[in-house]
Write a protein that binds this ligand. Structure first.
Ligand code: FNR
Length: 368
């Protein structure tokens, strides 16, 4: 379908399901086991109801804010996703250029299809975040971080993914074998080969085997010595771990369950945000709390911002939008921004920054 017929984020996923390769679609859309966390992520955004204020002048509205000190058009960032080529040939370059066109930031993943240099060249001067899976060969991670240090003008933060110490079971992906025809080459950063996939179909399984499952909080000082980038722990799911990140001196956390792709039956990220507000409200003041998982509407972004998230990551729809190139990616972001503006106006909010952490706009009783 032409890009003009795509009017919401679901349309990108539906178009990809119909016209993308079966293997790529299985990789992008899949989640762990029974898909319970995948479904809860979305369902719980839907259970947060608004408490709009009326008769306010909403003729002009601003979604602009600061995210990790960067000026952005709205509190949305593109979540890190492996193998951009599963979305389309332009891969991460489409995400970067599209993000820059829409005034948001892309978090580049460790198992990306393109190199850091190729990706950053898609939008010279534009800021990026970088996602790190720690390699069980620590020297490889040290080398990757040393390389990243050369791009300090563009790379602004490091997100260390903590919720996937071992590969999860994603059956849709596992059922279709990786072949020579699969979106190849497999990213260098993963060390994965076709030969190694013998008998195990999953693209995620194949490319995730380098992840160090012995990496702990005690290893963060080592990481600290390898990079001077602000550190975020991605995949925090409890108040206890949010406090641990604060005590470890992290700049922030990403409340995330990997879009339901890690532990199935992990709490939705909405429930985790509510837990943090209840059990460690101080973390919202002392770190940047980001969130991702199941966000598909501008109204979800408004909800997350009211809950105290500084920025909201969106994954799968952007990976599917790569099939339309950078215009598709920018269109995906612009749809979200227009929806956010409309939701703000209908809630009686003119400046997004005025409602950060303000629960007065939300009715959470269905989740209490
Ligand atoms: C991911 N995610 C992910 N996370 C990460 O830290 N490193 C990675 O390499 C990947 N790779 C990846 C690939 C694909 C295809 C998807 C869909 C997801 C998780 C991602 O960053 C994010 O947490 C979720 O995708 C957010 O959920 P939604 O928006 O997809 O529902």
């Amino acid at each position: 379908p032409p890009l003009t017929s795509i009017i919401n984020l679901y349309d990108f996923e539906l178009a990809f399901a119909k016209f993308g390769s079966r293997k790529s679609h299985a990789y992008i859309s899949s989640a762990s086991n029974d898909l319970l966390t995948l479904q809860a992520n979305a369902a719980h955004w839907h259970k947060l109801w608004f408490r709009p204020r009326v008769l306010r002048n909403v003729s002009t509205v601003s979604t602009r804010t600061r995210l990790l000190g960067l000026d952005v058009s709205m509190p949305v960032w593109i979540a890190p996703m492996g193998m951009g080529k599963t979305g389309g040939p332009e891969a991460e370059a489409a995400l970067g250029a599209g993000a820059a066109a829409a005034g948001i930031v892309h978090c580049l993943s460790t198992p990306a299809s393109l190199s850091v240099e190729e990706t950053l060249a898609s939008a010279p001067g534009h800021p990026w975040f970088f996602q790190l899976y720690v390699n069980r060969d620590r020297a490889k991670t040290e080398a990757a971080l040393a390389k990243l240090a050369r791009h300090r003008d563009q790379v602004k933060a490091l997100f260390v993914t903590a919720d996937l110490p071992v590969m999860s079971k994603r059956e849709a992906d596992d059922r279709i074998r990786v072949t020579e025809q699969t979106v190849l080459p497999l990213p260098d950063s993963t060390g994965a080969t076709i030969a190694a996939t013998e008998g195990r179909g999953g693209l995620a399984r194949t490319t995730g085997s380098f992840i160090d499952s012995s990496f702990t909080w005690e290893c963060l000082p080592w990481l600290r010595r390898c990079t001077d980038l602000p550190l975020f722990v991605k995949g925090v799911q409890t108040a206890a771990d949010a406090r641990a990140a604060l005590e470890a001196g992290c700049a922030g956390i990403v409340v995330s369950n990997h879009g339901g792709r890690a532990l199935d039956n992990a709490s939705s990220t909405v429930l985790v945000l509510l837990e943090l507000r209840r059990d460690c409200p101080e973390v919202f003041e002392r770190m940047d709390i980001l969130v991702d998982g199941g966000v598909r509407r501008g109204s979800d972004v408004l909800k997350a911002f009211c809950l105290g998230a500084r920025g909201v990551g969106v994954g799968r729809p952007f990976q599917c939008a790569i099939s339309y190139g950078k215009e598709g990616v920018a269109h995906c972001a612009n749809i979200l921004r227009e929806e956010l503006e409309t939701a703000m106006r209908l809630c009686g909010v003119t400046d997004i920054n005025s409602v950060w952490g303000n629960m007065a706009y939300l009715n959470t009783s269905e989740l209490d």
